[in-house]
Design a protein around this ligand. Sequence first.
Ligand code: EPZ
Length: 435
Amino acid sequence: MEQFVIRGGRRLRGQVSISGSKNSALPIMAACLLAEGPCKLYPVPSLADVDFLGELLGELGCQVSREGSNLLLQVKSESSSHARYDIVRKMRASICVLGPLLAKRKYARVALPGGCSIGSRPVDIHLRGLRALGARIKLDSGDIVADCDELIGAEVFLGGPFGSTVTGTANIMMAAALAKGTTLIECAACEPEVQDLAAFLNAMGARISGAGSPRVTIEGVKKLTGVDYRIIPDRIEAGTFMIAAAITNGEVKLENVRVDHMMAVVDKLREIGVIIEKNNGGVVVSSNRRIAATDVTTQPYPGFPTDLQAQLMALLCQANGNSILTEKIYPDRFLHVAELGRMGANIHKEGPTAIVTGVSELVGAPVMASDLRASAALVLAGMAASGTTVINRVYHIDRGYESIESKLAALGADILREDPYKNSGKLDPATIAAE
Ligand code: EPZ
C-alpha cells in the first residue's frame, strides 16, 4: 500500500491553487440524474470519491466522462435504479442519489451506507424528509427501497440531535425540485455546498429560494434541463493549506479561495496569531512565531467546521498553552489523537473533548492514516516535526485531496509518495491487515 514519507522542518513558501469543492461536486453530480440533457461541471477535482460516485452513476444509467477538470454527465438510460452496497459502502455520499432517483424515476433501491471511522452515519432524517414528501420507504436486506406515485410538496423539518444534515438537505431539495407544489424545509443545513447545489438546480430550471438559511422554499417544476456549471472552491482544502502555512512558519498565497465561506476558520486562525491577508483575489497566510492556545467547538455552518478539527488540532499541538477542542458534530472524530501522540503530542481525550497541551517539538514517526481529515492532520504534523514521518494507508487522503503531495512539494515540503512493497515480491502487511 502506498505511503507518504515526509521529512519535516521545511517552511512552506509560494502559491497554491485550491481545487473545486469535493462536498459540492458530489451532490451536484447526483443532481445530474434529474436533468434532461447533458451537464458539464467544472472544475471537478480528480479524487477517489468523485470516481466512486462516477462509477455508481454509470450503473444508474448516467454516462460520466472527464475532460481535464471538466466532468461531463448525461443520463442515457433509466432502467437501473439500484445503488449497490459494494459501491455505497466505499463512499457514504452515494446516499445523495436517493432523492433524485425517487423524484425522476419514482423508485430507488439504495444500500444503507453504514458507519465509518468518524462515527455512525445515520440517514434517518433523510428518510423522514422523503416520507414527508409522500415517499413509501422500507428497509430490505440492508437496502433502502423507496417508491412513490408522485412526490407532493410539504413542510419538512430536518433537525436532529447534532443539528441539521448537509446531504439530507441536499436529498430533500433535489426530491422537492420535481415534486408537485411547494416544499418548505425548516432547519435546513446552511453550508456553502448546499447553496451551491441550490444554485445548480436553479440553473437547471428549479425554483429554490432561501438556500444558505435554515428555511428553504422549493416550488416544484415539471422538468430540469442540463447545464454547464462552475463548482465553488473547496473551503476544507483551503483551510488545510492555511494551517500548512502556519504549522511550518511559512508564507503561502492561496488562489481560487472563497474567504467568505471560511469566516469561522479565518477568525480562529487570526485569534491564535496566524497572519491572514487578502491579496488581489487570493489570500496570503503566514506565521513567524509560536501560536497561542485556544478553545474551539465544531458546529454546523457558519460555525467552525468539523472537517478542519483534526487539522487545527495538529497546529495546536505546538501552541503556547492548553487548548480545548470539542467535537459537536461527530463526537468520536478523534482517531488522529493516538497517532499525533506517537509524534510526541500531549493530548488528553474526554468524551467529545480533547485537551491539547502544547509541546515545544513534534518528532517524526511511522503513523497510520484512518480517515480523510485525520490523514491530513498527520501530513501537517509530519511537515512540522523534526525527523521523518511515514504515513501508511494514504488512500484515505486521496479521497478528498487532489495531488496533495505535489501541491505541498511545490511549496517546498519534503514529501514523497512511495509503495515499499511494489515489485518487492513480499506481501504488504498493511494489505493483509486491511483484509
Ligand atoms: C457532510 O456529511 C460532509 N460530506 C462531511 O464531510 C461533513 O463532515 C458533514 O457534512 C458535516 O459538515 C459531504 O458533504 C459529502 P450530516 P453528511 O448529515 O451530510 C447526524 C469530509 O471529510 N445525522 O450533515 O453525511 C450525523 O450523524 C466529510 O469531507 C443524523 O443523525 O453529514 C452527524 O452527527 C466527512 N441523521 C450530523 O448529523 C441523519 O439522517 C451531521 O451529519 C443525518 C445526519
